[in-house]
Design a protein around this ligand. Structure first.
Ligand SMILES: [Zn+2]
Length: 289
């Protein structure tokens, strides 16, 4: 009997010791990982001070795949994707599959969410973040789509779309999304406009390297406008940016991104300083830009 109790205590002690050693190993591992990531982050910040871009953008241990229908929609309908080389097209497809998995798509007023809807809306968002390492836009959890303009109970007017930060939602009217997307050079693109708001908001609250570059560069751009009244005046009188841009800083950024995506060459010719800042904000070094 005595021997049995001693044996029990011995086993219990051994188990507790193993658990404690296990916990210690986990803590040491977490500490080492923290130190290594801090060193890497520090090195990247130094690199970014000079290069104004992240040290790397794409790294995927596992590549997610789209189904063939989704891939066909992308190939047939999305110009930006078709301009990428084969390697970056693969990365884009991986990002698209991940983005579609991450977001919930909700149709309202009888609107049916199809594969085409998911692919075109998600690809629009991912085009904007294709120069970012963290591409998922955490400030958006759901994408709500109405067939046409919808009535907002909040401010009692019809809306074409909005980014709702408290609901973590992008709301779009499909007719306006499609019109913005099909006409590629009129500097009006509802999808880009609303996702620009979401990325802006996201970047304020995230501390990843692209968010830091995005916000710092936009601050430089705003300082450029406020310190040089002639320059801002020139921008307003040229009417190159539509007047809605000058409502507030959020609209300024959204209209600038719509204009940048749709008419890059004209933007570069008319306002090269602004153009290069936008390119830096998005790390947008792709064919045509
Ligand atoms: Zn807006």
């Amino acid at each position: 009997m005595l021997l049995s109790i001693q044996n029990d205590n011995y086993y219990l002690g051994t188990i507790i010791l193993i658990i404690l050693i296990g916990l210690l190993v986990v803590l040491i591992f977490l500490f080492i990982r923290r130190v290594i990531t801090s060193i890497i982050d520090g090195l990247e910040i130094i690199y970014t001070l000079f290069s104004k871009r992240p040290a790397f953008v794409h790294f995927y241990p596992f590549i997610k795949k789209l189904n063939s229908n989704q891939t066909n929609i992308l190939k047939q309908q999305f110009t930006f994707y078709n301009r990428l080389d084969a390697k970056h097209q693969r990365y884009f497809r991986h990002r698209l599959a991940s983005f579609i998995d991450d977001k919930s798509f909700v149709g309202r007023d009888g609107f049916l969410i199809t594969e085409e809807v998911k692919v075109l809306v998600s690809a629009t968002a991912l085009m904007l973040t294709f120069g970012f390492r963290d591409f998922i836009i955490h400030s958006v959890k759901s994408i709500i789509i109405y067939p046409t303009e919808y009535y907002s109970e909040l401010n009692k007017v019809n809306h074409k779309g909005e980014f709702n930060a408290s609901l973590k939602a992008i709301v779009l009217s499909w007719n306006n999304f499609i019109e913005g997307y099909r006409i590629e050079n009129d500097k009006l693109n509802l999808g880009i406009h609303e996702f620009a708001h979401a990325i802006h908001f996201n970047s304020i609250y995230q501390d990843d390297i692209n968010s830091v570059i995005f916000i710092d560069t936009f601050t430089q751009l705003r300082n450029m406008f406020s310190s040089n009244k002639n320059f801002k005046e020139k921008l307003i009188t040229s009417e190159y940016l539509r007047s809605y841009a000058f409502t507030n800083d959020f609209e300024l950024l959204a209209v600038i991104l719509e204009t940048f995506i749709e008419t890059p060459q004209e933007f570069k010719r008319q306002f090269p300083e602004v153009y290069s800042k936008v390119k830096q904000m998005l790390n947008f070094n792709f064919s045509g830009y």
